[in-house]
Design a protein around this ligand. Structure first.
Ligand code: ADE
Ligand code: ZN
Length: 346
C-alpha cells in the first residue's frame, strides 16, 4: 500500500454521514454499562462477545446489534457512548458528523426520548466546544416496524423537534420497501426536515427509486444495488445525490465478497457522489479511517479519488454553503492546493 496516500487519507478532513451511534458501542463499554446498570449479558467476557461479531447477512447483525444496545439505560450512558465516538473520530480528522439513533429500540425498552436525545446532544455540544466537531442528529425509523409505530414515534418526538436535524430509515431492508413509509416521510418533509433512507444495501434498485420518488430523500444510505440499474445511476448522477457508502460494513454483511470487489471506484468513475463511512464501527472492524485503509489496501485508489471522496462528504452534508466552503479550504490546504498542476478554486 502507498504510505503517502494512506497518510493523506488519514489526515485529510472529512465528514462522516452514515454512523449509527449505537453501532459505536464497543464490547468493553457493553460490559462496563451492563455492570453499572445491572443488565445480564449472554456472554461471559469481552472476547466472547467480540467473537460473536461474524455475520452472514444484515439480519444476523441486527439481531446482535439490537441486543447489545440493551445496556444503554441512562442519559449518562447515551452521553458516554457519543462522547467516546467523538473522541475516537477526532483522531481520524472527522470534523463533521451526521449520526443516526435508533429511538424506537430504546422506546420499546422503556427509555424515553429525553434520556436518549439529552445524552447524545450533551456530548455533541461538548464535541463542538472541545474538539471542534460540528454535528447533526437524525432520528431513524425502523422499517421492520409499522407505519403506525413510526407515526407514534414522530408524535413522541414533537417536543424535541428543535433538537433533531433529519429523519432516516434503517433496519431489515428486504420485504420493507420505502413505500411503506411514504406518508410518514411526507409529514417529516412538511415539518421542514431533511430525509435520508437506507436503500439498495440488500434491497433491489427499485427500493432506491422508491426512496427518491416516494420519500423525496436528500441522500441515499448505502445505495450499492443502484449499480444494477444504469438508468438509476444516471438519475442519481444527474441529481447529484450523495450515497453514504460503508465499505467495511459491506464486507462484514456480505454485500461484497471481498474488498477488492468493492464498487467504490466504479461509483466514483460513473459520477456518483459516493462518500466513505463506518456505519457501525464497533461491529464491522473499524472507524472511518479504517475504511479508507481497507480500500487503499485492495483497490487502486488515487490521490484524486481521495480528494473527491472527502469533497463529496462535505458536499453531501446538511450544512450551509459557508460551512462547506470553510471545510473545503481546509481540505485544499491539506492537499497543498494543487493537484496535477491544477489549482482548485471553490
Ligand atoms: N442499522 C444499523 N446499521 C444498519 C445497516 N447497515 N443497515 C440497516 N440498518 C442498520
Ligand atoms: Zn446504516
Amino acid at each position: 500500500m502507498n504510505a503517502e496516500l494512506l497518510q493523506l487519507a488519514q489526515q485529510m478532513p472529512k465528514a462522516e454521514l452514515h454512523l449509527h451511534i449505537e453501532g459505536s458501542l464497543e464490547p468493553e463499554m457493553v460490559f462496563r454499562l451492563a455492570e453499572r446498570n445491572g443488565v445480564r449479558l449472554n456472554y461471559p467476557n469481552v472476547n466472547s462477545l467480540r467473537a460473536a461479531y461474524a455475520f452472514n447477512n444484515l439480519q444476523e447483525f441486527l439481531d446482535i446489534y439490537y441486543t447489545g444496545m440493551s445496556v444503554l439505560r441512562t442519559e449518562e450512558d447515551f452521553y458516554e457512548l457519543t462522547w467516546a465516538y467523538l473522541k475516537r473520530v477526532h483522531q481520524d480528522h472527522v470534523v463533521h458528523v451526521e449520526m443516526f439513533f435508533d429511538s424506537q429500540v430504546h422506546l420499546e425498552r422503556g427509555i424515553p426520548l429525553d434520556v436518549q436525545i439529552g445524552g447524545i446532544r450533551r456530548a455533541l455540544q461538548e464535541g463542538k466546544e472541545q474538539l471542534g466537531i460540528s454535528s447533526k442528529l437524525i432520528l431513524s425509523f425502523l422499517r421492520h416496524l409499522s407505519e403506525a409505530q413510526a407515526f407514534e414515534t414522530l408524535k413522541l418526538a414533537q417536543p424535541f423537534l428543535d433538537q433533531l436535524d433529519g429523519f432516516g430509515l434503517d433496519s431489515s431492508e428486504l420485504g420493507h420497501p420505502p413505500e411503506k413509509f411514504a406518508r410518514v416521510f411526507a409529514r417529516c418533509k412538511e415539518l421542514g426536515f431533511k430525509i435520508t433512507a437506507h436503500a439498495g444495501e440488500e434491497g433491489p434498485p427499485d427500493y432506491v427509486a422508491q426512496a427518491l420518488n416516494l420519500l423525496q430523500v436528500d441522500r441515499i444510505d448505502h445505495g450499492n444495488h443502484s449499480l444494477d440499474d444504469p438508468a438509476l445511476v444516471q438519475r442519481l448522477t444527474d441529481e447529484g445525490k450523495t450515497l453514504t457508502v460503508c465499505p467495511l460494513s459491506n464486507l462484514k454483511l456480505r454485500v461484497v465478497k471481498h474488498m477488492d470487489q468493492h464498487p467504490i471506484l466504479t461509483m466514483l468513475h460513473q459520477g456518483l457522489k459516493a462518500t466513505i463511512n463506518s456505519d457501525d464501527p464497533a461491529y464491522f472492524g473499524g472507524y472511518v479511517n479504517d475504511n479508507y485503509s481497507a480500500l487503499l489496501e485492495h483497490l487502486p485508489i488515487t490521490r484524486e479519488d481521495l480528494y473527491q471522496l472527502s469533497r463529496n462528504s462535505f458536499d453531501g452534508a446538511w450544512i450551509s454553503e459557508e460551512e462547506k466552503t470553510t471545510y473545503l479550504h481546509e481540505l485544499n490546504r491539506v492537499f497543498g492546493s494543487t493537484m496535477n498542476g491544477d489549482i482548485r478554486h471553490f
